[in-house]
Design a binder for this molecule. Structure first.
Ligand SMILES: *Cc1c(COP(=O)(O)O)cnc(C)c1O
Length: 233
């Protein structure tokens, strides 16, 4: 199983690089976030030993059970929270994660700001945008992004670093990636997290700086964890 993961990982790294070069960008401008939700240390280790350091988890509790031990061994790990965040998990999230990609409402911005001050930690913050305006999905509506970013800064003293989106499953993702890129450009934000196993090449072409790839590296997840969660669990 470990060897399978490594060969899939190498394949994905090659595909990401090819996508980056195909649109004339620099390989160093796009980070592969290896999404390890539902997969345990046995499956993660080959990728760590191959030198990979950037990982994504979608649940705080799961990350807390898995990553501190791996971090003790590989201190330069960069861990991204890519799932919905509840206020009562904000303290743990600030403690565990280097990047929180799912800031999506003012209440969580306020709680994160307080926790960051209290712990004297400064994870990078991305705002999740609901580009498809799906009622069941988390994220700030596109038209509210400028105001939300401004309030993060002026009201809560936070410095947003980027934007993240999960396009609707039943639509071509390209227009959603382009919308996210243009919102980031307008706001002067440099970090863009978009693209998953099925569409990372298209996301790279639209300007992604982070692609979040799970199943193409680690295999299918059990059906209890099909895709990105849409609401705090
Ligand atoms: C699970 C997940 C991914 C990875 O999805 P794959 O299709 O397995 O590559 C990316 N982003 C988010 C937010 C996720 O929850």
């Amino acid at each position: 199983m470990g060897a399978g993961v490594l060969s899939h990982y190498n394949q994905v790294v090659g595909q990401v690089q090819a996508a980056v070069q195909a649109c004339g960008r620099n390989v160093s401008d796009v980070q592969l976030v290896a999404v390890t939700k539902t997969h345990d240390a046995v499956h993660i280790r080959p990728v760590l030993e191959a030198g990979h350091r950037v990982f994504g988890e979608n649940r705080v509790q799961e990350a807390k059970a898995k990553w501190p031990a791996l971090r003790a061994e590989f201190p330069d790990i960069e861990l991204h929270l890519i799932g919905p965040l509840q206020s009562n998990k904000a303290a743990e999230a600030v403690q565990l994660f280097d990047v929180i990609e799912t800031v999506d409402r003012e209440r969580i911005a306020e709680t994160l700001a307080a926790e960051m001050r209290r712990q004297n930690r400064t994870p990078l913050l991305y705002v999740q945008v609901n580009t498809g305006r799906e009622p069941q999905k988390a994220g700030v509506a596109p038209e509210h992004v400028p105001d939300f970013l401004a309030r993060m800064k002026t009201v809560h003293g936070l410095t947003p670093a980027g934007l993240m989106c999960i396009p609707p499953v039943d639509e071509p993702p390209g227009p959603h990636f382009k919308l996210l890129a243009s919102l980031a450009r307008d706001a002067g934000l440099t970090q863009l997290s978009m693209g998953m196993s099925s569409d990372f090449a298209e996301a790279v072409a639209a300007g992604a700086t982070h692609v979040r790839v799970g199943s193409a590296i680690f295999g299918q997840r059990p059906m209890a964890h099909p895709g990105p969660a849409t609401r705090p669990a």
